[in-house]
Design a protein around this ligand. Sequence first.
Ligand SMILES: [Zn+2]
Ligand SMILES: [Zn+2]
Length: 281
Amino acid sequence: MDAFFLSHEVSVRLGIFFGIFATMAGWEFLAPRRALQQRRPVRWANNLALTFLNSILVRAILPVAAIGVAVFAAERGMGVFNFVHVPYPWAMVLSVLALDVAIYLQHLMFHAVPLFWRLHRVHHADLDFDVTTGARFHPVEIVLSMLIKFAVILVLGPPALAVLLFEILLNATSMFNHGNVRLPAGIDRLLRLIVVTPDMHRVHHSVDPRETNTNFGFNVPWWDRLFGTYRAQPQAGHAAMTIGVEQFRTPRELWLDRMLLQPFRADTSGYTIGRQHESAQ
Ligand SMILES: [Zn+2]
Ligand SMILES: [Zn+2]
């Protein structure tokens, strides 16, 4: 089975991507959580153009995929799981969890370090919150987080299949938890015990920095609960809350050229965790 997934990595991932994207888009159409504030064709065209550009750039710049790094580590006996013997199912589960906590910490770092926040705020500058927001990241952030993931894989030595599973999971949950979809409160409460739901992640896209700097998790909600960064709901409520960052609020900022240039514009936001401490003193 490993061999099948390894040799069909790209088609497996693309198939899952389009399947979940279509499901979420349909769900957003049938049961939206909030009325969109911006014109959908402009936002979608530009968010999807950025996603497309990123997928081409990553393949052009990085010679290997994360799964290739895992195979490389296994062949050379590098990384914890390649020299400490752990039963395969356990190595799979522990690897996925370790990769997830690494992504959580990386997300925290992208908010805490002003230079990284300049890149990551492109994700937050979307003025609406829907399935296309889930893939809207600056290309430099994408490449940087790939390199961080490579380093984590070299230290961890996870099974290659765990890396593939993690990347598919992350892709799927990111589209799910950015969905502008309505979920009954009871189901949201239950789901939130095991996965980050749209209502949980929407809090993170609030314009209020006290809410922006909460709910950093992408897959499982446990790290936020464990490290004290969990916030159940936005203060203004989901329908009335303001999405985005204070700095980029005009529709023109939703265009691809602006998204690409946003990291180089002055940082007057006071959004990063460090800045919050400064202004609190
Ligand atoms: Zn963030
Ligand atoms: Zn997000």
